[in-house]
Design a protein around this ligand. Structure first.
Ligand code: NDP
Length: 297
């Protein structure tokens, strides 16, 4: 079977075009959506993520505020900055780049965010809204991106058995809630698997759609996937590759070469879920702006 390769770059570009148009229409009404990104410390990967979020904001015409704090920043100082950003009317969305240095209590920082500006969707109020199917909340960006990829390729979700491998809030658990909700692009029968799951391969083989959010390179192989399944690979893992200038390359949680021939459709890594996450962040920020300014439509 020749699988459809799900092109995340293309779908993300189209989502960003929608966001761009929304920003232009808001700007005609005198409002500019704004995103603040907070980076504590100098982790190179985090710095790269923050840089690309800033570039995307600028490219879309969104107000962008980058706050870089030293690695020895105290919890108190960070909470002080969050308070400032909560009160800053230019800023509709706030994101604190993860992971922060060890002296920072990340959960406490997330709880300090104004839930109305929590465009990552990690604040307990937004997690509750997702569980309660209250559409005014913010859904974490990566699960939103996975859902959008499925709908962009007309992959039926309603009634499908979706097996999500991974139960983190940032991906697996939130995606499970999103796809099992009542409503459009949802109504799936969801199974969440994790490291304590018995006979994982039997469970994933029963899936119409398998989502891998594990963090282990090439963990899912052809024995995990049935003929004709759809595979969404969220994993981003560095593996050593001396042929590359950086000395590594990025691979997913799925052994793409082994699995792809069995699939109806599959996302590559890179170029699958990755580009969607940032596009959904921009979408959430525009939604936050609309809610805070009362320009809901
Ligand atoms: P976490 O480490 O928080 O969660 C990993 C999950 O995988 C856990 O639930 C864990 O189970 C489960 N797991 C680990 N080993 C196994 C195993 N042997 N069998 C079954 N399940 C297992 O990771 P994240 O959810 O944050 O990220 C997952 C991957 O997605 C990473 O590669 C990350 O880089 C990538 N990612 C990509 C994003 C994107 O934009 N494309 C965004 C966010 C993440 P348990 O709970 O029992 O420990």
């Amino acid at each position: 079977m020749e699988p459809t390769i799900i092109d995340g770059k293309k779908v993300a570009a189209s989502a960003l075009n929608d966001v761009r148009a929304e920003i232009a229409s808001l700007s005609n009404r005198g409002v500019q959506p704004g995103l603040a990104v907070v980076l504590v410390g100098d982790d190179p990967a985090s710095r790269a993520y923050v840089g690309s979020k800033e570039r995307t904001c600028n490219d879309l015409g969104m107000f962008s505020l980058k706050k870089e704090l030293p690695a020895d920043t105290t919890q108190e100082a960070l909470l002080g900055l969050i308070d400032e950003l909560n009160d800053d009317p230019r800023v509709h969305g706030i994101l604190v780049q993860s992971p922060p240095p060890p002296q920072i209590d990340e959960a406490a920082v997330v709880r300090a965010l104004d839930p109305a500006k929590d465009v990552d969707g990690f604040h307990p109020a937004n997690v509750a809204k997702l569980a309660l199917e209250d559409a005014t909340g913010f859904v974490p960006c990566t699960p939103l991106g996975c859902q959008r990829l499925l709908t962009a390729y007309d992959i039926p979700i309603e009634g499908a058995h979706v097996v999500v491998v991974g139960r983190s809030l940032i991906v697996g658990k939130s995606l499970g809630l999103l796809l099992m909700a009542k409503g459009e692009a949802a109504n799936a029968t969801v199974t969440i698997a994790h490291s304590r799951t018995r006979d994982l391969a039997a469970i994933t083989r029963s899936a119409d759609i398998v989502v891998a959010a594990i963090g282990r390179p090439h963990f899912l192989t052809e024995t995990h996937i049935r003929e004709g399944a759809v595979v969404i690979d969220v994993g981003i893992n560095r593996v050593e590759d001396t042929s590359k200038k950086k000395g590594y390359r990025l691979v997913g949680d799925v052994d793409f070469d082994a699995v792809a021939p069995k699939c109806q459709a599959i996302t590559p890594v890179p170029g699958g879920v990755g580009p969607m996450t940032i596009a959904m962040l921009m979408m959430n920020t525009v939604k936050a702006c609309r809610q805070q300014t009362g320009l809901d439509s």
